[in-house]
Write a protein that binds this ligand. Structure first.
Ligand code: 8YV
Length: 330
């Protein structure tokens, strides 16, 4: 009888949904993080020394210093999440480590959260709910709690990938006209379906929008894409919504503009130094701040886990995993 192949040692850095952890245990030699305590850099180094596969999340910085300790067995980083900006991809590539992610399955949930903020900030949803709870509602008034109308406004989407397009579909149904800036113009059929206007110049688009939604990945090219100079191009009635990555906006510059009332408000699900939130943001009442929950649905997190399982299993079976960001050595 052939000897069964050794099961890969998979180290998971955070608590995953139960069905995913159970299946992971069945398929691989798995070390879970039941306590869900964030791993220190030293623990991450220990993990990459011994594991065949690491399953990190956004909260783990898998940088060059960690990867410098990768043992000879460390062949796959199967990220639980789509964004891979917390992983030093160049260092992984150099070491022949494959990196996979979980695209597609969190598109609709993230687009829902984006749309929720696009609605909630101009319509002052949180301020109204809070006023009621605090007993500050003295009865209906024609001039109390007035926000801004959504219908008929211009939405400028930065990053027209899967999530950007899913946001555009929703926004169109709410009567917003769709504008976008992207590295590449999207296919004509998509533009037609969304009745979307392409702006090659981000600067020009910013100056003409009522609401901006950030939906591009964070890469060296998009770090502080919304810089102080670009934020200054926004009209004073504009709102900014970000469900992508905090680093894409110069957060200090955004705070300054919000404080001075030079833009109308912001809906942020992501921050530049998560989980730290700029205390000045917390003082503002024209913002809605959420703790990075764009993909936080039970279904979404299970789908993400399934993708992680498939990526590891195909890799362990000697095939190219479907969601390769970096193709290392098989
Ligand atoms: C995930 C995300 O929850 O997938 C992403 O890129 O931003 C989040 O929705 C997180 O990254 C998990 O690692």
């Amino acid at each position: 009888m052939p000897t069964p192949k050794k099961r890969p040692l998979v180290i998971v850095t955070g608590k995953l949904p139960d069905p995913i952890e159970t299946r992971m245990m069945e398929l691989f030699d798995t070390r879970l993080n039941i306590a869900d305590a964030p791993m220190s850099q030293a623990e991450l180094i220990e993990a990459v020394k011994s594991a065949d596969v690491l399953v990190p999340t956004i909260t783990d910085r898998i940088d060059g210093a960690v990867l410098a300790h990768a043992g000879p067995n460390m062949r796959l980083i199967a990220n639980f999440g789509t964004g891979v900006d917390h992983i030093d991809l160049a260092a992984a590539r150099q070491r022949g480590i494959t990196v996979t992610n979980t695209p597609g399955v969190l598109t609709e949930d993230t687009a829902d959260m984006t749309m929720a903020l696009i609605l909630a900030v101009p319509r002052r949803l949180v301020a109204g709910a809070q006023a009621l709870r605090e007993g500050k509602w003295e009865g209906w008034s024609p001039t109390w709690m007035l926000g801004q109308r959504i219908w008929g406004k211009r939405l400028g989407i930065i990053g027209m990938g899967r999530i950007g397009q899913a946001v555009a579909r929703r926004a169109k149904a709410f009567g917003l006209s769709i504008h976008y800036h992207n590295r590449k113009r999207v296919h004509e059929s998509v533009e037609q379906e969304l009745e979307a206007t392409y702006w090659e110049s981000l600067d020009q688009m910013l100056a003409r929008m009522d609401i901006i939604s950030v939906n591009c990945p964070h890469t060296p090219a998009t770090f502080h894409l919304l810089s102080a100079r670009r934020l200054d191009l926004l009209p004073p009635h504009a709102y900014v919504v970000n469900t992508a990555r905090g680093e894409i906006i110069d957060e200090n510059a955004l705070v300054r503009k919000l404080r001075k009332g030079e833009i109308a408000g912001a809906g942020l699900d992501v921050f530049e130094h998560e989980p730290a939130v700029n205390p000045k943001l917390l003082e503002l009442n024209n913002v809605i701040l959420l703790p990075h929950m764009g993909s936080a649905t039970l279904e979404g997190r299970i789908d993400m886990g399934e993708k992680v399982l498939i990526n590891i299993k195909t890799f362990a079976d000697g095939h190219a995993p479907p969601d390769r960001v970096i193709a290392g050595l098989l």
